[in-house]
Design a protein around this ligand. Structure first.
Ligand SMILES: O=P(O)(O)OC[C@H]1O[C@H](OP(=O)(O)OP(=O)(O)O)[C@H](O)[C@@H]1O
Ligand SMILES: Nc1ncnc2[nH]cnc12
Length: 170
């Protein structure tokens, strides 16, 4: 199965100059979607993961089924103002904007090994901010799992020493 066949390129979305990698064709194929989750699960088998953290909203699409498949807790990172409990928060920039994200402080136990999941790594701003949230809450980043890595945008350099895997590279 070639997962790239299920990604659609949309030029100039959401802004002029951005080549948007659209995952919706993959989501419409149960075979491709299931294959992607299985591949992610296999790639993190040796990471000794205690919990999965994923970023609203496209990160949830991959993080939640992966957590179910691995039998691990799912912890949502949400955009500002959505989580009702005590949160840790961080401001960040991404390829086409800036934002604030939050996570419930009590969702991560001290020393937990957390796998962070998202659909796309572009500049790395979103994932770097997510690593900060996990570490502020007392967790350790066991690894970062992605469907797509946009290699030309240098996200991997921003994320330095973390263990990163991706299923599709451009
Ligand atoms: O590496 P970066 O430059 O930070 O970009 C990657 C992020 O951009 C997208 O999220 P977006 O904020 O567009 O939100 P969405 O998931 O709600 O569509 C994508 O889902 C990643 O989280
Ligand atoms: N080029 C891109 N395509 C899809 N999602 C993205 N998130 C950040 N950059 C992106």
């Amino acid at each position: 199965m070639n997962l790239k066949d299920y990604i659609r390129d949309i030029p100039d979305f959401p802004q002029p100059g951005i080549l948007f990698r659209d995952i919706t064709p993959l989501l419409k194929s149960p075979e491709a979607f299931n294959y992607a989750i299985e591949q992610m699960s296999q790639k993190c088998q040796n990471l000794q993961v205690d919990a999965i953290v994923a970023v609203e909203s496209r990160g949830f699409i991959f993080g939640a089924p992966l957590a179910c498949q691995m039998g691990k807790p799912f912890i949502p990172v949400r955009k500002e103002g959505k989580l009702p409990g005590e949160t840790v928060s961080v401001a960040y920039t991404l390829e086409y904007g800036s934002n604030v994200m939050e996570m419930h402080l009590a969702d991560v136990n001290e020393g937990d090994r957390v796998l962070i999941v998202d659909d796309v790594l572009a500049t790395g701003g979103t994932l770097l901010a997510t690593t900060e949230l996990v570490e502020k809450a007392g967790g350790q980043v066991a690894g970062i799992g992605l469907l797509i890595e946009l290699e030309g945008l240098g996200g991997r350099n921003v994320l330095g020493h973390y263990d990163i895997f991706s299923l599709i590279q451009y």
